[in-house]
Design a protein around this ligand. Structure first.
Ligand code: PNS
Length: 162
């Protein structure tokens, strides 16, 4: 039984993330999506809102659960008895950051490894940051995020500009 932890900000979840989750399910028995409480960046959506958006978007998938964590990722993986960490890689520009993160995580706890999956070609330009910017400026994010996320972005920016 291999339990993979897929950590991230997921502010909000995109089809790029979902593609990694779907493909990850072909390799791992169980995937836990772990939303990080990030003390450095305040998100557009609260952690609870992000978790609800993920749950709604993935309600048809079995073997996936949604959780959140504070503090070090490696401590969370240990505590929840995860076996591996998975991360998506979009482009070479992601590599350095991911390499550092995987290396420090292994330095902190060498019991588990990080597995990288290349993002599908249709989503390599999709990031939560650009999705938020496009949505904020009134552009369409259709086809890049699930419909519930599209609607949530619209209402969030409507509320913020009121
Ligand atoms: O989606 P993101 O923002 O690229 O995800 C980054 C995340 C949340 C996986 C990373 O910042 C993280 O693991 N944070 C938890 C704190 C931690 O363990 N830091 C040490 C490794 S950098």
């Amino acid at each position: 039984m291999i339990k993979a932890i897929y950590p991230g900000s997921f502010d909000p979840i995109t089809f790029g993330h979902i593609d990694i989750i779907r493909r990850g399910l072909e390799v791992f028995d169980q995937i836990v999506i772990a939303v990080a409480h990030n003390i450095e960046k305040e998100g557009l959506f609260s952690v609870e809102e992000r978790k609800n958006l993920i749950r709604e978007a993935l309600k048809d998938l079995n073997r996936v659960s949604v959780d959140s964590f504070e503090g070090l990722l490696v401590n969370y993986v240990e505590k929840t008895q995860g076996n591996v960490i998975i991360r998506g890689l979009r482009a070479t520009s992601d590599f350095e950051y991911e390499f550092h993160m995987a290396s420090i995580n292994r330095h902190l706890n060498n019991r588990f490894d990080t597995f990288f999956m290349m993002t599908a070609k249709d989503y390599f330009f999709v990031s939560s940051r650009t999705i938020k910017e496009v949505a904020m400026l009134g552009g369409s994010v259709k086809g890049l995020v699930p419909e519930n996320v599209e609607n949530a972005l619209k209402s969030k920016f409507r509320a913020l500009t009121r």
